[in-house]
Design a binder for this molecule. Structure first.
Ligand SMILES: [Zn+2]
Length: 463
């Protein structure tokens, strides 16, 4: 089997000892990593078929974005500087409610292109409404070379916390249909594209599902050995609702419904109280921190250093185009690393290394690829990224992890390999037609605005 060997790199292995190898090399055969070590030793051991010289570059595991809305790339910037209720009810949900599979596909292409260009190699999509066109989106993932868990949205009520009619007409789905569609998509797509595509259950937030429906989702996910993701405790109303309606904390409620476990991801978790941390740890469930979204929507501060100290698995996510406005995990890492220092008046919390763990190995652990992903070690899946350090903002290099988390951005990612295939090299995406996608987005991207008669622009006069 022909190999690809990345040589002369600073290799951030993320192995158990978190070893960083200077002048290191990574050997890839098929879709697996077969060796990692010093370049000089690797060159003695292996005949090289294709060498990628990574001098002055970092090689590290690709980022795992654990909370993505593919359909929201196209509505980037549609609802800035608004509070959550008008944000959701006047802009985001109605705009997504105009989608056909055409917008769904274009948005997924744009989102995946942006993720590849900023070094994300695996993602968990949170809520795919049927109207976005599940099949077409899965085909985009397949063709792009990306690794993705696609969660079909499930709901059997149309509320959001204590607001019973919060979900507008175009976004309402019914329980029986959403369950049937999810099971169909599992049958059709789970494990496809050489196991790069997984299908998950995307349960809607409390207020949109009955307890019985949550229990059914949990049972089906266990039966099909796949994951569940749900927005949990994003805003205070969520936990007030669970306390009032069910007399439970969010994690007591999730445990009661059976929505806990190794492949369960709670997006945001801003308002998960400390008394719930023990349930999170015991059940090995994951909280996905989305700092940009939480700050921009003024949702609050997730207790991330506190959860990590309590042994909870915390991952990182970019959320969507109207909340974070970009899908760049490097920018997200910086925000995660700095915001909690300010919140706790303690510069020692969340060092760069711990944030990189959140963006790679912690996220990987939560996915259904689990231990096969998230570090550069023999036998693991070959999902890795190369970051060019020869930039004015990335020199001198003392601690390469510090430069990556505090000074880099997604534009510094030079090469991306997913499942052993070169998906981007020297910033050129091999699997997608970038100029054509940008052209189409420019032409057709404002279709939701037009359908709703919205004219969204700067508050300044535009002449
Ligand atoms: Zn979200």
């Amino acid at each position: 089997m022909k190999n690809i060997v990345l040589t002369h790199a600073t290799v951030v292995t993320m192995n158990k000892q978190r070893k960083i190898v200077r002048d290191g090399a990574v050997v890839i055969e098929g879709n697996k990593i077969v060796d990692v070590g010093k370049t000089s030793e690797i060159k003695k051991k292996h005949a090289i078929d294709a060498e990628i010289n990574c001098e002055n570059k970092l090689v590290l595991p690709g980022f795992v974005d654990c909370h993505v809305h593919l359909a929201q790339a196209l509505i980037r910037g549609c609802a800035d500087d608004l509070s959550l209720v008008p944000w959701l009810r006047e802009r985001v949900l109605p705009m997504q409610g105009t989608y056909s599979a055409k917008e769904g596909k274009l948005s997924a292409e744009l989102c995946i292109l942006e993720m590849i260009k900023s070094g994300t190699t695996a993602f968990v999509e949170s809520l795919l409404h049927w109207r976005y066109g599940f099949d077409e989106i899965a085909r985009v993932v397949e063709a792009s070379g990306m690794r993705g868990a696609l969660s079909k949205s499930l709901m059997n009520l149309r509320g959001y916390a204590d607001q019973p009619d919060a979900i507008p007409e175009g976004m309402v789905e019914d329980g029986e249909t959403t369950m049937k569609q999810t099971l169909e998509m599992i049958k059709k797509w789970h494990g496809k594209a050489n196991d790069r595509i997984h299908v998950w259950f995307g349960a809607r937030t409390p207020g949109a599902c009955t307890v019985e429906f949550y229990k059914e989702i949990a049972e089906q996910a266990r039966k099909h050995r796949t994951g569940i993701t749900i927005h949990l405790g994003e805003v205070k109303q969520d936990i007030d609702y669970m306390r009032k309606e069910f007399k439970m904390t969010p994690m007591q409620f999730m445990e009661h419904c059976g929505i806990v476990g190794e492949h369960v991801i709670y997006a945001h978790g801003v308002w998960i109280p400390p008394e719930d941390f023990a349930i999170l740890r015991k059940t090995k469930s994951t909280v996905c921190h989305c700092p940009a979204s939480n700050l921009k929507l003024a949702s609050g501060f997730a207790k991330v250093p506190e959860m990590l100290a309590a042994g909870v698995n915390v991952a990182l996510g970019c959320d969507g185009g109207p909340s974070d406005n970009c899908y760049d995990m490097i920018r997200e890492m910086k925000l995660a690393a700095v915001v909690h220092k300010g919140r706790l008046l303690d510069p020692l919390v969340l060092p760069a290394e711990q944030v990189l763990e959140m963006a790679t190995i912690n996220g990987a652990r939560a996915t259904t690829w689990g231990e096969n992903l998230g570090s550069l070690e023999r036998g693991k899946l070959a999902d890795l990224v190369v970051v060019d350090q020869r930039k004015p903002h990335l020199v001198p290099v003392r601690n390469p992890i510090s430069n990556l988390v505090y000074a880099a951005n997604g534009g510094d990612v030079d090469t991306v390999i997913i499942d052993g295939k070169i998906v981007m090299q020297d910033r050129e995406v091999k699997t997608m037609d970038e100029p054509a996608i940008l052209e189409r987005v420019q032409k057709e991207g404002l279709a939701p605005d037009k359908k709703l008669g919205l004219d969204i622009n700067s508050s300044w006069p535009v002449v």
